[in-house]
Design a protein around this ligand. Sequence first.
Ligand code: AP5
Length: 220
Amino acid sequence: MGPPGAGKGTLGPRLSTAFGVPLIITGDLMREAARRSDALGLKIRSFVDAGELVPDSVVTQVITSAIERPDVVAGGFILDGFPRTLPQAESLSQILAERARKLDLVLVLEIDEQTAVERLALRRQCPQCGAVYHQRFFPPKQAERCDRCGSGLVQRSDDHPEIIRQRLAVYYQQTAPVIEYYAARGLLGHIRATHSPEGVFQSAMAIIRKRVPAHQPVAG
Ligand code: AP5
């Protein structure tokens, strides 16, 4: 968890590689659905482009089918961007309980609003492989081209200043209570996300080692 721009999408793939478990990125699933021109795709796009949360029922259905895959259910997984509301948190508890699984840990990346806006306004992403860049902090080697696959980089439709501010407001109104929900259950680990991506990754690893020692990294 963490506000827009905190670095969830930067940390997630590193943890997924380190522990050899799949990463389920709700924002990517929503953007993928929004690219389809059917009624559901158009509905989802209207929420994403406005910086609003997609309705709980839609997101929960998408997440349930992502978790449903046998390899995911059996081997464990990392969630990025879900849950973001209290009803979503309740749904997740139910989905996991029905599959005899439990949540081990909730990591919260913390940054101030100004840093979030600075990061998002200059973010660029590869539409093919999902690699994330920042025009000032982590520019690609060749301007506007992905280092990994060579595709042209794009700016996300919701990375414009007024939409970024709306996403931050939505986070503090609707998602902050979910942090309280997990605090009450003793599941939270806080990370100062203003360090370098490597520093954030090392902080996450230190918390995981301490709080869930049963999970051993398989790499990195
Ligand atoms: P989503 O895609 O999840 O967006 P978000 O939460 O706003 O988060 P971001 O992806 O913008 O930021 P991030 O924290 O991943 O940062 P990143 O690593 O990219 O959701 C988008 C939309 O989908 C929502 O608005 C909503 O409509 C819908 N949605 C998704 N989940 C939903 C749900 N559960 N319920 C309902 N609707 C939902 O980093 C940002 C930039 O900073 C990058 O350029 C990066 O290079 C740079 N950076 C990262 N780390 C560092 C660092 N340590 N130092 C310097 N720069 C850094």
